[in-house]
Design a protein. Sequence first.
Length: 278
Amino acid sequence: MAEAGAAEFAEFGAAALDSFQALFEETEHLDHRSNGAHARELLGDLLIDLMHYAEHRGLEFNDILAQANGYYLSERNSPDVFAIGSTVQLDGPAADEAILLGQPTRGTVTGLLVPHDGPTEYDVQFLGETTSRTIIGADLEPASPFPATSTTQGVINDPLRAEETLVAAMGRIGDADLSGLRPRQDDLDDHHILLDALVAWNGMDKRSVTDLLLAKIEPRLAATPPKTPVTDTPLSPAQLAAQDFPIPLAQGLAGHHPTPAPPPRPAAPADTRNHRHR
């Protein structure tokens, strides 16, 4: 299904009110689709019931409402918020701290929360991290978009997809290396192209980016039993280096002890608007 727009979202809401209204005989006379007062009455009744439902389930309704408000503003392309999927970078002391710790300063907005009182909070996913971190809006500014990068998987212009594709390629290269097999040329090409793109976009050196990604690949390889070598000729360390792979991956993982990052701050409530991303 193509991505829905504001008119379709409004129709989803109208359909929800249709179903809610059908539950009660005493509301049959209301026509929320053409009468503003009737729509207000039904919306209020529905919200009250949803508040009761949230309390019954032990959920904080105001937090859910703040997250919904953020998604609503994002879908309206409001200039007051960073849209979900936009690229941002840390600003001020938050950026200085990340640079001092050797951590990336650029990331992608994966969620947001706009409370009635208090600062807007964003879920931002940075390079090498498996979960998003919660950052207040005052510590963020817009970042340059990720450059369109041609790979064997097509053109990639999103840093999260670039990282996912690179990690998958590095994992396959590592599997081949551990099994004494020659890695696929497509994987070696994608590794070279995407690593350079992520290095340039994050403004970090190649070794630091590779270390962040190896931390995500190591658990995958640890759970993968070695394969029996077949007729492929294995690449030597010199050949792997010529393909711009820093070191044989098996050797790199064995001696890989990255500097531990500080524990992430608690994430915002999980995204409950999956129907937005069909």
